[in-house]
Design a protein. Structure first.
Length: 153
């Protein structure tokens, strides 16, 4: 089994706490040394207790699913001698109620736009690449909500 680590740091400082008006801003630090400002979403906890400029956990989850799919897609395309010049995705996560009425990320929609050197493969090959990338993406496999690829191109 492989492990992946992230460190999180938050400090109350001089803020009151029990009034629920404390800052939710914190820092994620990853094994390569990168530190990322993080916070609750202003949609969940209003400003100024949230930091709109920071990454929130919901955005991070959507980005992780998108990144995982892309990384497998690129590897699969390279294995088939398809040269990808660029890959862009405007992914969206949908927070809603699950089957038990709890808040959950119920759906993530990926919208990849891929440019291939020499033109794209036919639609069937492209669909197969996305299908296999999705099947291999362990982030998507870890989620209970649906992960959908739209546009496949």
């Amino acid at each position: 089994m492989k492990t992946f680590d992230a460190s999180l740091s938050w400090e109350r400082g001089a803020q009151a706490f029990t009034d629920q008006r404390y800052s939710r801003a914190h820092t994620w630090t990853f094994d390569g040394g990168l530190s990322v400002p993080a916070s609750s979403s202003p949609l969940s906890v209003p400003l100024p207790m949230s930091d709109a400029a920071a990454v929130d956990p919901e955005e991070a989850l959507v980005a992780a699913a998108s990144s995982c799919h892309m990384l497998f897609f690129l590897s699969l395309a390279a294995a088939r001698s398809l040269v990808v010049d660029s890959y862009r995705d405007d992914a969206t996560g949908f927070l809603g109620s699950d089957e038990l009425g709890r808040l959950a990320m119920t759906r993530i929609v990926l919208r990849p736009r891929i440019a291939f050197a020499g033109g794209p493969p036919d639609a069937a090959v492209l669909a197969a690449l996305h299908h296999e990338a999705h099947a291999r993406c362990y982030i998507a496999s870890s989620l209970r909500g649906e992960v959908v690829v739209e546009g496949e191109g």
